[in-house]
Design a protein around this ligand. Structure first.
Ligand SMILES: Nc1nc2c(ncn2[C@@H]2O[C@H](COP(=O)(O)OP(=O)(O)O)[C@@H](O)[C@H]2O)c(=O)[nH]1
Ligand SMILES: [Mg+2]
Length: 456
């Protein structure tokens, strides 16, 4: 499990070719999304390099002029600790070396290799970036298997090319080393990949049944208040997760977010104790081959008692995104999970800082979604309001009752205090009289076990 703190952020640049068939708006929105995805992986993006071309460069994706420009930029960035104030007057003294160039298309291994050699930094294409994000989020066995299938599917066609790059030895035929007689390395690897994909698929099919029963059992479990944040990348899920759970770490006076996406408790602790988890984000421009692994990875949302559907209210496309999120959630079987819509980033509305415009938009959203929350993750009051709304949701199912805990049964105190809120306590001849609030089922079970105090 990843739990590290980003002390030295990794720096990267993004690069993309705009083909004639792609409009400026489409192009810029895809690139903006790639920058968001890169941030999700912990990169700080220092620059974007774009160019219009009739087609991708067959050898290295970008044209030679653009490649040189990137090389110059990578070279000019100070290496950590070697910053020279005079030489890099314009550069950010905090910035480190550029570690990666992220390109907004799927490219071939030879293009990646050539580009890498020329720019002097690792090259990752869009699909790899997304696969890495899914990989980090895939917590269930099914999700891990599905992500591995997607990764193998991405690799399979590349092996052929890698073999070509490796030269004659790569294609050498041989009958030893476990390979079938006369089979090339590539054929063997491709066969292995095919077999592995089939094996993983079988595992997933077998798991389906198991997953459903597990889920039913989990939902029966009492007193487990869990919330999952769902929504598009960049809507503010991770920011809200940190604001709600206090999972931010102070290192040398700077705030660093922990990168892991494990479950955390609402802070300050609440009764009932509420656990919050951050799910894998929806992606506007998701490569087709990754759809299945995205859905399986998102399935962790099914385990939650409440979904916080986070929507970027300042994004003009947010209504369409809401629709897609809703339909995918029903497809994976989360249609019935109670949902709170959170329209975030209201402060980010254009024109920025126009409070009248924000109020008007808020009124519009409230009319359309009566129970929604309109907020900004940047305002502490708004976060506090969201926290209250979450706690209120879980209190709906709660009930209060009094029980008499006999003096002879004090060994049960710990369990009672852990599962309920004890609102009041006083002593009686027969035992302790506790006024409890908690999940209806829990409280009813305790009442049945210990009984109510005798009327005075
Ligand atoms: N202006 C503004 N920016 C926000 C708000 N919430 C999040 N952000 C910013 O939006 C970007 C994406 O947020 P993040 O939490 O990473 O989104 P995620 O992809 O849904 O996890 C970050 O730069 C945040 O600082 C908000 O309420 N207002
Ligand atoms: Mg996030």
């Amino acid at each position: 499990m990843r739990n590290e703190v980003k002390e030295n952020p990794s720096y990267a640049v993004v690069a993309a070719v705009q083909l004639p068939s792609v409009s400026d708006i489409e192009f810029e929105s895809s690139l903006a999304e790639l920058r968001d995805l890169a941030k999700t992986l912990g990169y700080t993006i220092s620059a974007s390099f774009t160019q219009k071309r009739a087609s991708f460069d067959a050898g290295a994706y970008l044209g030679s002029g653009k490649r040189e420009e990137i090389r110059a930029f990578v070279d000019s960035e100070p290496a950590p600790g070697s910053f020279e104030p005079g030489r890099h007057a314009a550069a950010d003294p905090e910035a480190g070396r550029i570690e990666a160039v992220l390109v907004d298309h799927e490219i071939s291994p030879s293009q990646a290799r050539n580009l890498e050699k020329e720019v002097g930094a690792e090259v990752m294409d869009r699909t790899m970036v997304i696969l890495e994000i899914f990989h980090r989020h895939a917590s269930s066995r099914a999700a891990r298997a599905q992500v591995e299938i997607a990764r193998l599917g991405y690799m399979a066609p590349r092996l052929r090319e890698l073999a070509k790059l490796a030269g004659p030895q790569g294609r050498q035929r041989s009958g030893t080393g476990g390979r079938g007689a006369g089979e090339s390395h590539t054929e063997m690897d491709r066969r292995k990949i095919r077999d592995r994909i089939a094996e993983l698929q079988q595992e997933i099919d077998a798991m389906d049944v198991e997953r459903k029963t597990q889920r039913a059992r989990r939902q029966e479990r009492q007193g487990l208040a869990t919330v999952a944040l769902v929504g598009y990348t960049n809507a503010g899920k991770s920011t809200l997760m940190r604001a709600l759970t206090g999972s931010e770490v102070l290192v040398e006076n700077k705030l660093f977010a922990t990168l892991d996406t494990t479950v955390r408790a609402l802070q300050p602790e609440s009764r009932p104790r509420v656990l919050v988890s951050d799910t894998v984000g929806f992606i506007k421009n998701l490569p087709h081959g990754l759809v299945a692994s995205f859905k399986t990875t998102l399935e962790e949302a099914l385990d939650a008692s409440l979904l916080l559907h986070v929507i970027d209210a300042s994004d003009p496309g947010c209504e369409r995104q809401r629709e897609v999120t809703d339909s995918v959630l029903s497809e994976i079987g989360a249609g019935e999970v109670p949902r709170l819509r959170v329209f975030n980033k209201i402060d980010n509305l254009e024109p920025r800082g126009d409070l009248a415009a924000q109020a008007a938009r808020e009124a519009e959203l409230r009319a359309a979604y009566p129970d929604c929350i309109v907020m900004s993750a940047r305002r502490a009051d708004d976060v506090a309001r969201l926290r209250e709304a979450i706690i209120d949701f879980f209190r709906q199912d709660q009930t209060e009752a009094e029980i008499l805990l006999p003096w002879s049964a004090q060994q049960h105190r710990g369990r009672i205090f852990a599962s309920c809120d004890v609102l009041a306590e006083h002593a009686d001849e027969a035992g302790a009289i506790l006024r409890l609030r908690g999940e209806r089922a829990t409280v009813e079970a305790l009442c049945a076990q210990f009984g109510a105090p005798r009327a005075a």
